[in-house]
Structures are given as C-alpha cells and as structure tokens.
Design a protein around this ligand. Structure first.
Ligand code: SF4
Length: 410
C-alpha cells in the first residue's frame, strides 16, 4: 500500500474514534421523530383530545390550542401522577409566576417522569420557591426611549408588542414582562414605536419580540411589519418567537403568505432540546423556510435540560436538517425562580469546545452572555491562543494538538 494511503487510513481511524461516543449516544437516544417517540406522542395526544373532547381539526387550530391551555394542577393530574402536596405546590408557585402549557406541548411530555427535559421546561417545581436573583437583570426599564422599544445598540432595537406567550416557560428570562396577564400593545403604542424607528435614521434592523409576537393576529402582525417596512431606514426585520416549538399550529400557510410580502424578514426561534424537534415543529420550520424566511435558533443553556455535549450536538445537527441555523446559545441570566437552571460559564465553554471539530461549523452557534444592566452581548470563547508575539502565534487545535505559525517578515 502506498505510504500516503496508509497514513490517510490511520488518520481516518483516529477521527472515527473521536466520534464514537456521540454515535453510541445517538443509538440509545431516539429523536422526537423516531417511531418510539411518535407513538408515545400520538397516544398521549389521543388521551388529551379525549379529555378535552376535541377533534383533530380543533387540535390543528392554534386558536383552539390557545383557548385550551392547561394551567391547573388538577387537570395535569388527569395525565400524570402528582401527590396532593405536589398539586398544592404547583398552585402556590402559579400564584407567583404564571404557568400554562398548550395541549400540544403537554403531548410531548413524559407522563411518568417529572425530571424529563420537556416537563421541566413547562411544569412548575418547588425549586422556583428560591428567591435569589433579579426580575430584570437586563435593566430593560432603563433602555426604553419610546413605547414598546428597548434600545441597547447603536443601529438596532427591539419592539416588544405583547406580554402574551403560548406557554409560560419555567426558565423564562423575561418573567417581569410576562407578568400577571396577557397584554398586547395598542396600535397607538405601535405607531409611537414605528415613529421612533423612522425618526432615527441609524436604525437599520428591528427585532419584533414580546412575550411572543406570534400571539398577535395575522392582521396586527401585518400592521407592525408593514409599518416598519415603510420606514426607508429599516433594512431587515426580525421576529423572535418560541411558537414553532410550543404551538407549531400557529405557522399557517396564510401567515407565511402574509409575511413573505415584507422581505427581508428573519425569524429567530428558541429550541432548547432535540425532543422539541417533533414532526409538527419540523413542518412549521419547513413552511417558514419555503416562504423564504431564514431561520436561526437561540438556545438557552439550562442545567438538567441541555447541559450535555451530545444533547447540544444532536439538537444543532437536527436543527440544520430542519433548515434552522443554530445562531446563538445564551448563557442563562440570574432571574429569580430559575436558579435550578443555572450553569457556569466554564460548563458552557466545555460544551462549546467539544463541538468544535466534532461537528461542522454550521452546527456551532455563538455562545453569548448578556451583560447585566443592558450593557450588551459578550461572546464567550475558548482561548485557543497559547502564545503570540510580533513574529509568531502558537495555537491549540480542536484535538488539543499544538499548531505554530510564523508570520512573513514585515
Ligand atoms: S416563550 Fe419566551 S418569553 Fe414566553 S415564556 Fe417562553 S421563554 Fe419566556
């Protein structure tokens, strides 16, 4: 055998060994679209539909999903075992922080295991009694120059159109805005926000968020998007939403046809776990992508949910299959009631370091920490530079080998 072929084969074997652990994991951890998971989802969906006396047609209707949200521990107990103390605890927590889940998201849960990632993101636990942390670590109150607007950067800003969400995630970093009840901004407030955008010519990029802006009717969303598109300084419009995850029925053909009239529109979604990438969620993403809307994912690192290198790799690789680019991974903020989801930056960096080399760059988002008091995003990067001076730089490769480069003489 040629020497070069022999070396290549040895290297291929070495690389194969690097991915063995993930390959083994994939064999033991079915995706949400694998038969064992879809069978459970379908079975649980039938149970929930029978309880709510619903038809398939109603299940597919996002307004029905919203109207039939489950927010009562007694109703949950129809599907899962909770002791009377658990039920009491859920009621006590819900007086402090709202909770509700769509029937759809409930059908993805494990009815036998409250520690399952999907359950933990949706159902209150006694861990939320912890009082450490802040309600507004981003200091959004003080970055609000006009109605609905949060401005933290020179040439872009956020418009918050509603405090409503399809589900009230237990890890929510914006609990302060989600508040006690669903409140949507008035047209007058939206007009004030659009006027602010128009009068500040440097604003070229507007993110519509909430709560979840997809709680608005198509008509109201079109009013906002159309108003922004009419501002000659606005180059791109982005929508931040978790609806493709928690209520994918919202992504209708009609909605996509409306939105694609106002390109360039981008959408950032928040998938936190591969088991959220169900058949319905993938269908919603496909519909949006087919309407020409580039999709990005903004995962949040959450202890007990995705603080695992293989879970993150599996999520990101399957997001790409669903035509969603992993865009950011956010470090969790110190929001009161979410201490149990807290991770350290070291833990986050170790997962990011693993991803480099073990998956393609397309599947590696930027790891971001939002600085307290609205000071902006800070990228968190593993330091691959071992030493450097005017003449050379010594670096660490993804495998931990050393690479050295000498610059051309100046
Ligand atoms: S959808 Fe977003 S804003 Fe709404 S509760 Fe979940 S994390 Fe919070």
């Amino acid at each position: 055998m040629e020497e070069s072929r022999k070396i290549s084969l040895e290297r291929a074997e070495e690389l194969k060994k690097e991915i063995c652990g993930f390959m083994e994991f994939k064999k033991t951890y079915p995706l949400a679209t694998d038969p064992v998971m879809t069978e459970r989802e379908d079975r649980q969906k039938q149970q929930i539909m029978a309880y709510l006396n619903a038809s398939n047609e109603q299940w597919e209707d996002w307004r029905w999903q919203l109207q039939n949200r489950i927010s009562d521990a007694g109703v949950l107990s129809q599907f899962m075992h909770f002791s009377s103390e658990d039920e009491e605890m859920i009621r006590e927590i819900s007086e402090k922080y709202r909770w509700a889940t769509t029937p759809y998201y409930l059908s993805l849960m494990d009815f036998e295991n409250q520690e399952y990632a999907i359950n933990r993101m949706a159902i209150p636990t006694s861990r939320e009694r912890d009082t450490q942390g802040e309600l507004d670590p981003m200091d959004e109150e003080h970055t609000n120059p006009a109605a609905c607007i949060t401005r933290r950067y020179p040439n872009r800003l956020i418009i918050n159109v509603t405090s409503a969400c399809a589900m009230f995630c237990r890890h929510c970093q914006r609990r302060r805005l989600i508040g006690e009840c669903d409140s949507t901004k008035s047209r007058a407030q939206v007009d004030e926000a659009i006027a602010y955008v128009r009068e500040n010519e440097e604003i070229r990029d507007v993110l519509i968020t909430g709560g979840d802006p997809m709680m608005l009717s198509d008509e109201f969303l079109e009013y906002v998007v159309k108003g922004l598109r009419a501002c000659s300084n606005v180059e791109i419009i982005r929508i931040g939403t978790r609806v493709p995850v928690t209520m994918p029925q919202r992504i209708t053909e009609e909605f996509c046809s409306m939105l694609k009239k106002y390109h360039p529109i981008y959408m950032n979604i928040q998938f936190n776990h591969p088991r959220e990438l169900t058949r319905d969620a993938v269908k919603a993403c496909t519909r949006l992508a087919d309407a020409g809307i580039p999709l990005g994912n903004q995962m949040v690192f959450l202890k007990g949910i995705n603080d695992d290198r293989y879970i993150v790799q599996m999520l990101n690789e399957n997001l790409l299959r669903a035509r969603v680019k992993p865009y950011y991974i956010f470090h969790p903020k110190q929001v009161v009631g979410t201490r149990h989801f807290q991770m350290t930056v070291e833990e986050g960096l170790s997962i990011m370091k693993y991803l480099r080399g073990h998956t393609s760059g397309m599947a590696i988002p930027q790891y971001i920490l939002n600085a307290p008091h609205g000071l902006g995003k800070i990228p968190l990067l593993y330091n691959y530079i071992l030493e450097s001076d005017e003449e050379h730089v010594k670096l660490e490769t993804w495998e931990g080998k050393t690479a050295e480069i000498s610059y051309f003489p100046r």
